[in-house]
Design a protein around this ligand. Structure first.
Ligand code: PDD
Length: 284
């Protein structure tokens, strides 16, 4: 089956879906993105993803290329053309196409919206969660505004690649001994008293939409949450660890570097939260 992408207002077969060589996303990483999951036709946490997309655009002073209703229609059409009901949708907006110049292009230059979709295998993700995954710590060398979901992801790419080469599923990013987040997800630990701990929002982490919903799930389950900095040593000595993202939901961690977390099995709190998250966000 040929895959379809949305580019510059049109649906095109993926192999013919191209953007200009002077797209500012390509030359300057001057753009933002969102990734959201759709399970059996249901948009998971779409309000949050749309709101964050608007915020990222505002922070970079890129004008929104499309309103919410129109965006949802385009996503539905993209899924239909790709015959997908359970999918990951990638949405990218760049400042547009203009002769290369660090300054913003002249006003009225239209932003470029690109969307792709691919199958999301929930069963595979559940199987991975039942086994748990490993993390490898890496220096967090990113810029000072990682709260904006920009396409400038080179430090994340390098960290994740190094983690993969160390046999880990994700990179745990550490700055000044403090765990900020992971290369493409938010990091959490559970202390011995059963309290969830995750880095507070601010400029040094991406405020994950899954993170917010996980906090809401924890409140419903009467699990205490502390939004505070924690160290790599604390993470290695934790009762449990996990990460959250739109593509992983709640993913239990069983090892960080060469240290096994607790008994080396996915933790019960993480597994409860994963089920609660799925029930809240993905069920019909
Ligand atoms: N990544 N932190 C970073 C650095 C991320 O890139 C992501 C998401 C998150 C979690 O955000 P959310 O819960 O809204 O997905 C945290 C996406 C999935 C990606 O880059 O593919």
């Amino acid at each position: 089956m040929s895959r379809y992408a949305y580019v510059n207002g049109q649906f095109k077969q993926a192999r013919n879906a191209v953007t200009h060589i002077e797209d500012r996303g390509y030359q300057f990483a001057d753009g933002i993105y969102e990734v959201c999951t759709i399970v059996n036709g249901r948009y998971c946490d779409f309000d949050g993803h749309f709101a964050r997309m608007q915020r990222s655009l505002r922070e970079l002073r890129i004008s929104p290329p499309i309103g919410r209703a129109a965006l949802e229609l385009k996503i539905r059409e993209l899924l239909k053309r790709n015959k997908l009901r359970t999918a990951l949708v990638y949405i990218q907006v760049t400042r547009g196409v203009a002769p290369r110049n660090h300054l913003f292009p002249i006003s009225g230059t239209p932003p470029v919206l690109v969307m792709t979709a691919r199958r999301f295998n929930l069963e595979e993700s559940d199987a991975k969660a039942r086994k748990g995954v490993k993390l490898a710590s890496q220096d967090d060398i990113r810029w000072g505004r990682v709260d904006i979901k920009t396409v400038g992801l080179l430090p994340n790419v390098l960290a994740k690649q190094a983690a993969a080469e160390a046999g880990a599923a994700e990179a745990l990013l550490v700055r000044d001994r403090v765990v900020t987040e992971c290369s493409a997800s938010n990091a959490w630990i559970v202390d011995k008293a059963g309290t969830l701990i995750t880095h507070p929002k601010g400029n040094s982490i991406l405020g994950g939409i899954t993170r917010e919903t996980t906090i809401a799930c924890a409140a419903e389950l009467h699990i205490k949450v502390e939004e505070r900095a924690f160290t790599l040593e604390e993470a290695k000595a934790a009762g449990e660890a996990f990460y959250t993202s739109a593509t992983s939901f709640v993913m239990p961690v069983i090892k960080i570097d060469d240290v096994t977390i607790a008994d080396g099995q996915p933790g019960p709190v993480a597994m409860r939260l994963r089920e609660a998250y799925k029930a809240k966000v993905c069920s019909a």
